[in-house]
Design a protein around this ligand. Structure first.
Ligand SMILES: CC(=O)N[C@H]1[C@@H](OP(=O)(O)OP(=O)(O)OC[C@H]2O[C@@H](n3ccc(=O)[nH]c3=O)[C@H](O)[C@@H]2O)O[C@H](CO)[C@@H](O)[C@@H]1O
Ligand SMILES: C=C(OP(=O)(O)O)C(=O)O
Length: 430
């Protein structure tokens, strides 16, 4: 199993190219199930989750052609992938595949809309909470589907003639359930109005792509989304939006190690709340042509309290990384997690590096320390693992991160990107 070895203490200087967003690419890829034409996606990141979903879509009958990568001067490369699902080969998404990645459960929306039925295993994904699927069941039921749980699977059946547009208001904001409702309602008869929809940029990206395919969606990015159903969707070409979580992660790394880094190919407006928190912590962050410039001052980090919330609030997917940053702040800060009930697995691992963190319910109290010391640590989930990497970059001596398969789900060429900016980071394959 691969490990990542980090020797901390170097400031980061240079350019880090930001990849296409994992959390946008996954629903966009799934949208290819809605049409018999080709959906072409540009800027698709090369990640374990994307490769996993390619296998899952293949099982449903999607032909996939990957165009070679093109290296750019800043070290970035773009991958264009063509997805064609002439006919759906199988409406079952089996446990062996779906249990590895939560987002693969979302195939339930397009399968139900296009084929009138789906049998999809209950999902897996990061162990950060119970992560139920009640909102998907309620939402699709509102569109007229019969939903039944049987042997660890959801059996979904559309009424004769297909799904029917309806008004449905989510009792709680869910990114995944909003994605699924957008895809399902696009091919329903009549108009659907979704209340309390997720407003994340990845939802807007999916809506834009579906509209390019012929859907009639308005209001994405607000809490009320209206979808006028159409009888069929066509192919389209769409560019996956930049990864705001990767952007925020590297910005926090620079804030922690010090240095001057341009994050290229990204957009500051995707993560206003996180940028504001990083600025309050003492780093200088500005929009520059084609990206964001971050100047960190390493030893002069100020304590900042944050609370995770659905977009546009502080993203839960940056909570662990921000806690890493706060471990070296001058003073006490508080990090409150409101989205997932078990997203503090990084706390005990950060403690191995010398961090002083105490937990009380959903709030962590972090007492900044003057220095962290390298140690062996274990990745427990995707974002927790990268928080250990950035803490390792700022720690004295060697940090060895094990179980890096978590990291490979969501961070493309992490060692390479950091090494190019002066960090000592290497992958050790045992
Ligand atoms: C692949 C992807 O895009 N994953 C992101 C997506 O996950 P995901 O779409 O799974 O997260 P949700 O927005 O659905 O979850 C938000 C909250 O709603 C709850 N919930 C959700 C569905 C449901 O049927 N019932 C229910 O109670 C969840 O347990 C959680 O407490 O949004 C999360 C919140 O921004 C991010 O952390 C994940 O990185
Ligand atoms: C939690 C995440 O992914 P997933 O929803 O696939 O578990 C994540 O991207 O941080």
């Amino acid at each position: 199993m691969d490990r990542i070895r980090i020797v901390g203490g170097n400031a980061l200087n240079g350019i880090i190219p930001i990849s296409g967003a994992k959390n946008a690419a996954l629903p966009l890829m799934i949208a290819s199930l809605l049409t018999s034409d080709t959906l072409t996606l540009e800027n698709v990141p090369h990640l374990a989750d994307v490769e996993g979903l390619i296998r899952i879509l293949g099982n449903h009958g999607v032909d996939i052609a990957v165009n070679g990568r093109r290296e750019h001067q800043d070290g970035s490369y773009s991958r264009t992938v063509h997805f064609t699902c002439r006919t759906v080969a199988d409406t079952t998404a089996p446990y062996e595949l779906v249990s590895k990645m939560r987002a693969s459960f979302w195939v339930i929306g397009p399968l139900l809309a296009r084929e009138g039925q789906a049998r999809v295993s209950l999902p897996g994904g990061c162990a950060i909470g119970t992560r139920p699927v009640d909102l998907f069941i309620e939402g699709l039921t509102a569109l007229g589907a019969e939903m039944e749980i049987d042997g660890g699977y959801i059996n979904a059946k559309a009424p004769k003639g297909g799904l029917i547009g309806a008004r449905y208001t989510f009792p709680k904001v869910s990114v995944g359930a909003t994605h699924v409702m957008l895809m399902a309602a696009s091919l329903a008869r009549g108009t659907t109005v979704i209340g309390n929809a997720a407003r994340e940029p990845e939802v807007v990206d999916l809506a834009n792509c579906l509209n390019a395919m012929g859907a009639k969606i308005s209001g994405a990015g607000t809490s009320t989304i209206t979808i006028e159903g159409v009888t069929s969707l066509s192919g389209a070409r769409h560019r996956v939006l930049p990864d705001r979580i990767e952007t925020g992660t590297y910005a926090m790394a620079v804030a922690m190690t010090g240095g001057d880094v341009t994050l290229s190919g990204t957009d500051i407006t995707l993560l206003d709340t996180a940028i504001e928190a990083i600025r309050r912590a003492g780093a200088e962050v500005s929009a520059v042509d084609g990206g964001i410039r971050v100047i960190g001052h390493g030893d002069a980090i100020r304590p900042v309290d944050i609370v995770t919330e659905p977009f546009p609030g502080f993203p839960t997917d940056l909570q662990a990384q921000f806690m890493g940053l706060m471990t070296r702040a001058h003073g006490v800060s508080h990090v409150t997690e409101t989205i997932f009930e078990n997203r503090f697995m990084h706390v005990q691992e950060l403690a191995r590096l010398g961090a002083k963190i105490t937990l009380s319910g959903q709030t962590a109290r972090i007492e900044g320390v003057t220095r962290l010391r390298g140690a062996p640590v274990m990745a427990t989930d995707l974002r927790a693992s990268v928080s250990l990497v950035i803490a390792g970059l700022a720690a004295e001596g060697e940090t060895m991160v094990s179980r890096v398969y978590h990291l490979d789900r969501g961070f493309e060429r992490l060692e390479e990107k950091l090494t190019r900016c002066g960090a000592i980071v290497e992958r050790i394959s045992d």
